[in-house]
Design a protein around this ligand. Structure first.
Ligand SMILES: [Zn+2]
Length: 456
């Protein structure tokens, strides 16, 4: 798409947004700002009006809800807005929490997706840490856009102003630039929700305030009766998925126990709503109620991913992509994001490659940081053991620091099993850092190693 056309689209999005937003009934509860724009999403959806397409697809790819089979390793590029002097930004440790939460909900729901950080770019611009929703946000996501990954923009606030009223948008997905935008203080499911949009999901309450032509009916068997419109209403209206019950916007309809309290509300056909409150794509009063992706939603995401231009580089079905196989402790590339390793436990880590299209630079995971604490163990010895299966084992080194980053020991990993012993000189509580350094690009496969810390 050329630049001029893009700008026209952005401007169009701007006006259409204003027009539709003015009709919305609940203006005080914006969570994810893209509901209006998604109404105009014209991308082809073969499951619309025929959800059987999704279940056939799951069968075709041998999807099973019992197995957490990882099918796509998707890189994310983070663009983090902060002050001119670099202050007020998303810290690395918060970013690690974002990633942990994102992957936690993927694992919980066995979505088949895992996400890793491709790159973090910090933009020091005070005037951008409060990003305007209608123009600034789409514009920023247009000028900063990398290929082969999902671009995620993180800022302090996303401001939305409609007819003089101000709203805070916690996160949004821009269908024109395909970008995810999210505030520093996003909910635990915030990224899962926005990336859900990236992979084709709509809000279950979509068009809840519209007429019979667009509103999703509570009944799962109610069908269109017209000459031109056929099929089940629940498979066409709303989010177009029969396995997410019809729901009004849940912002004021969920109690502290995550129960739906809008059962007296009726749809346009007179049926009472029986909504759930736990869907990640919904807007329940309390975001902590959200934890579920339904089978239909997972199918939409998996199918959409398979249609992505970069699917051949994200899919684990290609043996050569195993080089991108990262471990569940990522990101842990610096002291701030060091993974806590409990004494007497074993962790398995890997050094993986990072997918960047059309890039001949060698981009790979170079450092893993771990941390642990000791207390009341004066006179004993810390024993760190690293097991490493790779035959070419000269590329790793292991470095130990104390909490003030004084170097305590450094050792090249020269055998498949390498141990380090450190005498403990104090009975006070002290923290240690372990740095495992990878000095070589993993060409064919990710390097896997196990590490454990014992006090002997
Ligand atoms: Zn949303």
């Amino acid at each position: 798409m050329n630049r001029k056309f893009y700008i026209i689209l952005l401007a169009l999005g701007f006006f259409v947004n204003i027009g539709i937003q003015s009709k919305a009934q609940f203006l005080d509860d914006e969570f994810c700002g893209n509901n209006e724009i998604l109404n105009l999403d014209v991308r082809k959806k073969p499951w619309k009006g025929a959800n059987s397409f999704l279940y056939d697809y799951l069968k075709k790819i041998n999807y099973s809800d019992d197995i957490d089979s990882i099918r796509y390793l998707v890189p994310l590029k983070f663009w983090i807005y902060q002050n001119d002097d670099g202050s007020i930004g998303l810290s690395d440790s918060t970013l690690k929490r974002f990633m942990d939460e994102l992957n936690y909900y993927q694992q919980l729901n066995k979505t088949g997706f895992r996400y890793y950080i491709r790159e973090i770019e910090r933009i020091n611009k005070t005037k951008r840490i409060k990003l305007g929703y209608f123009l600034e946000a789409p514009w920023q996501s247009f000028v900063h856009k990398d290929k082969g990954c999902i671009n995620v923009f993180v800022t302090q606030t996303i401001k939305k102003r409609v007819w003089g009223e101000k709203y805070m948008v916690r996160g949004t997905f821009n269908t024109v630039t395909d970008a995810v935008l999210i505030q520093y203080n996003s909910s635990t499911t915030g990224l899962s929700h926005e990336i859900g949009h990236y992979f084709g999901l709509l809000h279950p309450h979509r068009n809840y305030n519209k007429g019979k032509a667009k509103q999703e009916s509570v009944s799962r068997t109610r069908a269109f009766k017209g000459i031109f419109k056929k099929g089940l209403i629940c498979e066409k209206n709303g989010d177009g998925l029969a396995d997410t019950p019809a729901e009004p916007k849940l912002s004021h309809l969920v109690n502290n126990d995550c129960e739906f309290i809008g059962k007296s509300l009726k749809d346009r056909w007179g049926d009472n709503y029986q909504s759930k409150t736990d869907n990640i794509m919904s807007y329940p009063t309390h975001y902590r109620c959200r934890k579920v992706f339904t089978e239909g939603q997972k199918a939409v995401m998996l199918y959409s991913a398979s249609q992505n231009k970069y699917a051949p580089f994200w899919t684990t079905a290609q043996a050569e992509n195993l080089v991108y196989r990262f471990d569940k402790y990522e990101p842990d590339n610096n002291k701030e994001t060091a993974t806590i390793i409990d004494i007497n436990t074993v962790q398995q880590h890997s050094f993986h490659k990072i997918f960047i299209p059309e890039n001949d630079k060698l981009v790979f995971d170079k450092e893993d940081w771990l941390t642990f604490q000791t207390e009341n163990t004066k006179g004993k010895t810390i024993n760190i053991t690293l097991n490493y299966q790779n035959t070419d084992n000269k590329q790793l080194s292991i470095i130990i620091f104390d909490e003030y980053m004084h170097l305590l020991k450094e050792k090249k990993v020269s055998q498949n099993k390498t141990t380090i012993n450190l005498p403990i000189k104090t009975s006070a509580k002290s923290q240690y850092f372990i740095l495992i350094k990878n000095n070589k690009n993993p060409v064919n496969h990710a390097f896997i190693y196990q590490i454990s810390v014992q006090i002997l």
